[in-house]
Design a protein around this ligand. Structure first.
Ligand code: ZN
Length: 136
């Protein structure tokens, strides 16, 4: 049953819009573009970018999909909390500090670590909820 392997575009978009609504990041700029990652928060422009490359996703991609979206939403929540320009300054300061210390600008970045922890910690809850709603 090949068809069942895929999650429809409608259901994929429903998951994204539910997550954006739930985390109240509606005031953050959202843009769609063709890119490899499912989502990306652009610190320089304060924009949450969503990929248009995958119209549908496979069931086995759901974990990566949810973790990525949740990770990027976490950055958007930070941007909303501090104001995106201030968050951009904070993020750059963190990167400069890490470079001075000879550490990695992303791997050791506290904003990246927090965002990843958030995504890893909560994706299963959303996975269960979306499954229960029959989205996949
Ligand atoms: Zn990140």
């Amino acid at each position: 049953m090949l068809i069942r392997e895929f999650i429809s575009e409608t259901n994929k978009n429903k998951m994204i819009s539910d997550l954006l609504k739930y985390y109240k990041v509606g005031s953050v700029k959202v843009k769609t573009k063709s890119m490899k990652d499912h989502a990306h928060y652009n610190v320089d422009t304060g924009t949450l970018e969503l990929s248009t490359r995958y119209k549908t996703i496979k069931k086995r991609q759901i974990e990566e999909f949810l973790i990525t979206i949740l990770h990027e939403i976490y950055h958007a929540m930070d941007a909303k909390k501090y104001g995106w320009k201030k968050f951009k300054d904070m993020y750059e300061m963190e990167m400069n500090l890490l470079i001075q210390k000879g550490k990695h600008q992303y791997k050791d970045n506290k904003y990246e670590i927090e965002a990843e922890k958030f995504g890893q910690g909560i994706w299963k809850t959303w996975n269960r909820k979306f499954k229960k709603e029959g989205l996949f």
